[in-house]
Design a protein around this ligand. Structure first.
Ligand code: ZN
Length: 160
């Protein structure tokens, strides 16, 4: 079994519960230069600044909820449309060979931000689980977040 082991995320996971506020709510309310790629009527897409892999995006509803069952049909449709859009942007910009797409519900399942439901989109390439994370506790991310953010926002704006 291949494992995408990400020890550099330990700081994020251990600190996530201590942050005041919620990163998704902050991103949804502010019009800042955060790593938000796009917002829709009821969801947003942003880069994960502690990525499992290059291009790791997260899509969340704008409304703060951890309960999937509380989402309305409109929110579910919007969320899934944003997920498709996010994947499509990554297809165009990074051309990954595959994806891991999933939701971690509660701390025991690996959720860093427990209170606000979000979907992870992790691009995958052959050989991206190499020796570096195992031996050096270092993940090689070949592209800067700023550069990738700029490219994704540009692609979204141009409806590429
Ligand atoms: Zn929130």
């Amino acid at each position: 079994m291949d494992r995408l082991w990400a020890p550099w995320r330990g700081k994020y996971v251990s600190c996530a519960g201590k942050h005041k506020g919620c990163i998704f709510c902050k991103a949804s309310k502010r019009n800042t230069k955060d790593y938000v790629v796009f917002k829709t009527k009821s969801s947003l897409c942003m880069l994960n600044i502690f990525p499992y892999n290059n291009g790791h995006l997260m899509v969340s509803p704008l409304r703060h909820t951890k309960d999937m069952a509380s989402l309305t049909q409109k929110e579910i449709l919007d969320l899934f449309s944003s997920l498709n859009k996010a994947k499509s942007l990554l297809d165009k910009i990074l051309k990954p060979h595959g994806y891991n797409i999933g939701i971690n519900i509660s701390r025991v399942a690996g959720a860093g931000v427990v209170g606000h439901l979000h979907i992870h989109i992790v691009p995958r390439w052959p050989g991206d689980t190499n020796f570096m994370p195992v031996t050096g506790q270092t993940k090689v991310i070949s592209q800067s977040l700023r550069e990738l953010h700029r490219k994704l926002k540009h692609a979204y704006a141009k409806k590429i």
